[in-house]
Design a binder for this molecule. Structure first.
Ligand code: ZN
Length: 428
């Protein structure tokens, strides 16, 4: 038997605890698409799910039993789209001391701990400044603190562009297929779990037109070929349809944003047929257009409002076309990521499908569906227990008072069940 290759994110996982824990009397949402079931027991042995059954398993002396008293048990939440260094940056006041670069890593660490407390057990970081995320992940690996499992893109691979200048230190600008291939290799070299490309410009950059494709077909194809050949996945930032088309046709695994796809049903069909994933990121659009409009220029606010409408139409069309949809927050603070699910439901998604988008489909989008994303025998026990039923009121997932228990890799790490000082439990 060969030993499978592990993505860097999994190598940073702590050793699962030895022993058996039995969660009894759960209302189980297992992420497979089945309706929630009551009176279920889940047995965790050495960090992995060993048994899922109706009723209470026979007592064994050395097992720890936790009675969930009908509470909602589900897979841990997975956020497929976030930018932790951007959102950790404090807003500085006039005359305030400049933030020293190393501080950003500490702030990211704090945000990650807060996210884990809300049951977010895995995060895909899709673009950060410098090497901060790699440094944070090393700190996690060597025991500094407990945090969601982190998939990291490394530098964003894009062409010479306004966004590359605007977000100085976040991009690896490259031009031509060979240089693109090299840029992708550099990210793998740095320890990335996947490579993210920028097929179009960004709506958050005033001088940029997100309409035309910024990469050529040959450039997209070169990155996809190289990254897939090496056994990794490709995510693509896609706004205008031309760049989105290149990403879908050239085999990119996850399409980030893709607001205008409802205008091209054939592309949605193509994406659905090869099980490519759409990550809609509604929150950021709503933030620019409404919630945080004061932080943006009038031009960007108007563009944001237009994109909200387009994105809602696209989500509905993607659901109809059968495209796998994964939850990506693209907002801040990270511990509120599940509020994206409320927006998805408002846009017409069934709550149970929204939960699947943040668990099973998210795991699939990340290439981790053999390991996490559902409550099934053989999966790593990343679990969330909620007081209440999110299929009835999805917003309870952003209410910390409702977070009863968070289990990551079989280890209870947060939640009210652990008592009044979850901080202590978050250390190893
Ligand atoms: Zn983003």
């Amino acid at each position: 038997m060969s030993v499978p290759f592990l993505l860097p994110c999994l190598l940073a996982d702590p050793e699962p605890p030895e022993g058996t824990t039995v969660l009894i009397n759960a209302r189980l949402f297992d992420g497979t698409g089945s309706a929630p079931r009551d009176g279920i027991s889940v047995t965790i042995t050495d960090g992995y799910i060993a048994e899922v059954s109706g009723g209470v398993p026979r007592e064994s002396d050395d097992a720890r039993t936790i009675d969930l008293a009908g509470k909602f048990l589900m897979p841990g939440l997975i956020d497929c789209h976030t930018h932790l260094t951007i959102h950790a940056e404090p807003h500085q006041g006039e005359g305030e001391e400049a933030v020293r670069p190393a501080v950003i890593g500490h702030l990211v660490g704090a945000r990650l701990r807060e996210a884990l407390r809300m049951g977010i057990t895995t995060i895909r970081e899709v673009g950060a400044f410098g090497d901060t995320m790699f440094e944070v992940r090393q700190a996690i690996r060597y025991g500094a603190f407990r945090a969601p499992r982190l998939l990291i893109s490394g530098r964003l691979v894009g062409t010479s562009s306004v966004q590359g200048r605007h977000f100085d230190g976040m991009y690896r600008e490259a031009d031509g297929p060979d240089e693109m291939r090299k840029a992708a290799r550099e990210q793998i070299r740095a320890g990335a779990d996947f490579v993210k490309i920028m097929t179009t410009g960004a709506r958050s950059v005033e001088l940029e037109n997100p309409g035309p494709a910024q990469m050529t077909r040959e450039e997209v194809a070169a990155v996809v070929d190289e990254v897939h050949r090496l056994g990794y996945r490709v995510a693509a930032h896609c706004e205008g349809l031309e760049g989105t088309r290149l990403a879908i046709e050239e085999g990119v695994d996850t399409i980030e944003h893709g607001f205008y796809l409802h205008r091209e049903p054939a592309l949605l069909e193509q994406l659905a047929a090869r099980r490519g994933v759409l990550v809609p990121t509604l929150t950021f659009l709503h933030d620019v257009a409404e919630r945080k409009a004061e932080q943006w220029t009038p031009h960007l606010v108007a563009r944001g409002a237009y994109n909200v409408e387009e994105a809602h139409k696209t989500l509905a069309a993607a659901i109809d076309a059968g495209v796998p949809i994964a939850m990506g927050w693209d907002g801040e603070p990270e511990n509120m990521a599940a509020s994206e699910l409320g927006l998805m439901v408002e846009a017409g998604m069934e709550p149970i499908d929204a939960l699947i988008s943040a668990t099973a489909t998210a795991a699939y989008a990340l290439g981790l569906d053999d390991t996490i994303g559902t409550v099934e025998i053989g999966k790593l026990a990343d679990l969330l227990v909620v007081d209440g039923d999110p299929t009835e009121t999805i917003d309870i997932l952003v209410d910390e008072d409702r977070i009863f228990l968070v289990i990551q890799g079989g280890e209870p790490v947060a939640g009210k069940a652990l008592g009044v000082s979850p901080d202590l439990r978050l250390s190893r």
